[in-house]
Write a protein that binds this ligand. Structure first.
Ligand SMILES: Cc1cc2nc3c(=O)[nH]c(=O)nc-3n(C[C@H](O)[C@H](O)[C@H](O)COP(=O)(O)OP(=O)(O)OC[C@H]3O[C@@H](n4cnc5c(N)ncnc54)[C@H](O)[C@@H]3O)c2cc1C
Length: 166
């Protein structure tokens, strides 16, 4: 069994007899697909905590960190606040757009958990990628494949062990 269930991994591993320190950093974005202009490249507004990213079919304005319990209802005022800030730079940014909220499972040391269960090697952990889940997914999958197959992983996975939280 591979435990790879974002913030819900915290409760799952507790049920399997271990523990992990994990918080839920939620973020928001708005996607516009009906613009008649496009950004040539992603633009970050560091002072405002938002990024405008060109997509194949539009523009995404997103960012923010909100600490909240996994099942708390989204607060889309946060997405609206980013659109308002973006309009200071691009006044023609329309109203509307498709709002989205997502979750980033984050450990205090900002490292993922990639390891065998200490008491049952049929269980593999592969979660807590914080802000870099897309970036790190392929390399984590390679390590998980090694653990499942009983092969020696090609790096030392000790820093990523769930044992650091026991
Ligand atoms: C605002 C925001 C910005 C981001 N920016 C970046 C970025 O710049 N670069 C980057 O690389 N990544 C980025 N990410 C991605 C982020 O790092 C990942 O979303 C995060 O790491 C979670 O990925 P995951 O694959 O672990 O979880 P998810 O993709 O959420 O997948 C977990 C899955 O587990 C399922 N699940 C839950 N409970 C159970 C259960 N009991 N049994 C079975 N399945 C279950 C859920 O339904 C879900 O499908 C961003 C995310 C957000 C929200």
């Amino acid at each position: 069994m591979v435990v790879a269930s974002c913030v819900w991994s915290r409760d799952l591993v507790r049920g399997l007899g271990t523990r992990v320190l994990l918080e839920n950093e939620r973020g928001y974005n708005t996607t516009f697909t009906d613009l008649d202009w496009a950004l040539a490249m992603p633009v970050g507004f560091a002072d405002h905590g938002l990024v405008a990213t060109p997509l194949v079919d539009g523009l995404r304005v997103g960012g923010a960190v909100e600490l909240a319990k996994p099942e708390t209802a989204p607060n889309f005022d946060r997405a609206k606040a980013m659109r308002t800030k973006m309009r200071r730079y691009v006044p023609s940014l329309p109203e509307g757009g498709k709002e989205w909220m997502g979750r980033r499972p984050s450990t205090p040391d900002s490292l993922p958990v990639i390891s065998l269960h200490p008491g049952d090697h049929r269980i593999v952990h592969a979660f807590d990628h914080g802000h870099l889940g897309l970036t790190l997914s392929a390399v984590t999958a390679r390590h998980v494949a090694s653990l499942v197959a009983g092969r020696q992983p090609d790096i030392d996975l000790e820093p990523f062990s769930i044992n650091r939280f026991q």
